[in-house]
Design a protein around this ligand. Structure first.
Ligand code: TXA
Ligand code: MG
Length: 343
């Protein structure tokens, strides 16, 4: 794991930003993105959850370049993004549960982990050699258009340096990955702000590997059966990791993060990520995820505000308690990883 406190390559300093690579998404730039992807280049694009870094999932060289650009360990498999359920069914075996969830939540922020079809053209590297494959049909019209322009499945992790805060705006991608991408399509801020919910359907009990944009409550209702939430504190042992994005330290700002802060500042240079109307005193800077205590608004603001507080002149970030219901589960999951010890 990269130490989040050292400056990793392209690791989020504003000096690395290459605004020239940012292109407003329109018919022409989307067609160009399709050509670049078919040629094996990397393109960053908006989805409804966070910005993704896309490569042709069938091209092992392009996928290798994607792992290298992110500094991502190769044991951590990628989600294949497709335009619709029919395209997903060509890559994996759908049982009744998968069909039900796809009908209820696709297109949208849900990723299904299913058994991969032997004939699926997605390269082994994208799936980290596993027998399973993670699939998502994104709802964002620009993501949809780019997938169709590329003409096949796109491997698309979040467009950040591995282990760091996920990008919710095009400029974040430029800061993170600079000249490592051929093009960054700008579709404005991501609406949901946290990644898709990843649910594993390869075993007898549906298991959520990563809470995300579809809540557990909605999933249980859609599936009409019991769902378990995977143990998320797996440490960094690849053997113990079900979804390798579950590594304890992830989403990490450079500054140390203190959770469940309800009192005044403990340090003069401490910033506060607040939630709700009752904000404690004495912090060097306060950003409020949602003054009215709305979890949707908080999720949409989470990564942008964490990034904003991770700045020179501040020494640490305190975060107020956030309810663990609905989207609050995904928010707390990301914050726990952001706060995890990185030594
Ligand atoms: O919202 C999202 O899902 C975004 C946007 C860009 O679509 N993508 C994203 O990708 O968050 P990434 O690579 O940052 O996270 C994918 C997660 C990782 O935790 C990975 O370990 C897990 O999905 N995953 C992928 N394939 C898997 C598999 N076959 N079995 C278990 N987990 C898998
Ligand atoms: Mg990610």
């Amino acid at each position: 794991m990269a130490d989040g406190r050292s400056s990793s390559p392209g690791g989020g300093t504003r000096d690395n930003a290459e605004p020239s690579r940012i292109v407003v998404a329109n018919d022409k730039s989307i067609a160009r993105a399709g050509v670049l992807l078919r040629q094996g280049s990397l393109v960053a694009l908006p989805t409804e959850t966070v910005y993704g870094l896309a490569a042709d999932a069938t091209n092992a060289r392009a996928v290798a370049a994607l792992f290298a650009a992110k500094g991502r360990p190769r044991f951590n498999p990628l989600i294949a993004h497709v335009a619709d359920t029919a395209a997903a069914e060509a890559l994996a075996w759908f049982d009744a549960r998968a069909a039900k969830l796809a009908a209820a939540f696709w297109p949208g922020p849900l990723t299904l982990v299913l058994l991969r079809r032997a004939e699926a053209p997605v390269c082994d590297l994208a799936c980290a050699g596993l027998a399973s494959i993670a699939l998502r049909v994104p709802a964002h019209p620009m993501a949809q258009a780019v997938i169709r322009a590329a003409g096949g499945p796109l491997a698309m992790p979040s467009a950040n340096v591995s282990g760091r805060i996920s990008p919710t705006q095009a400029v974040h991608v430029a800061e993170e990955l600079g000249d490592k991408v051929a093009m960054i399509l700008d579709g404005g801020p991501a609406a949901i702000g946290v990644e898709s919910t990843v649910i594993d359907l390869t075993g007898p009990v549906p298991t959520v590997l990563r809470p995300g944009g579809i809540t557990l409550e909605a999933l249980a209702e859609g599936l009409e059966e019991e769902i378990t939430l995977a143990m998320t504190e797996t440490g960094d042992d690849p053997e113990a990791i079900l979804a390798p994005g579950m590594m304890t330290s992830h989403y990490a700002p450079s500054l140390p993060v203190r959770l469940e802060a309800s009192g005044p500042a403990e340090w003069p240079d401490e910033a506060l990520l607040a939630f709700g109307a009752a904000v404690p005193e004495g912090y060097a800077l306060v950003l409020n995820l949602s003054p009215i205590g709305d979890l949707r608004e908080a999720a949409a603001n989470l990564f942008t505000m964490l990034r904003e507080l991770d700045r020179p002149g501040l020494g640490r970030i305190a975060v107020m308690p956030i309810p663990r219901t609905g989207l609050g589960l995904a928010i707390n999951d990301r914050l726990t990883r952001a706060a995890a010890c990185r030594e």
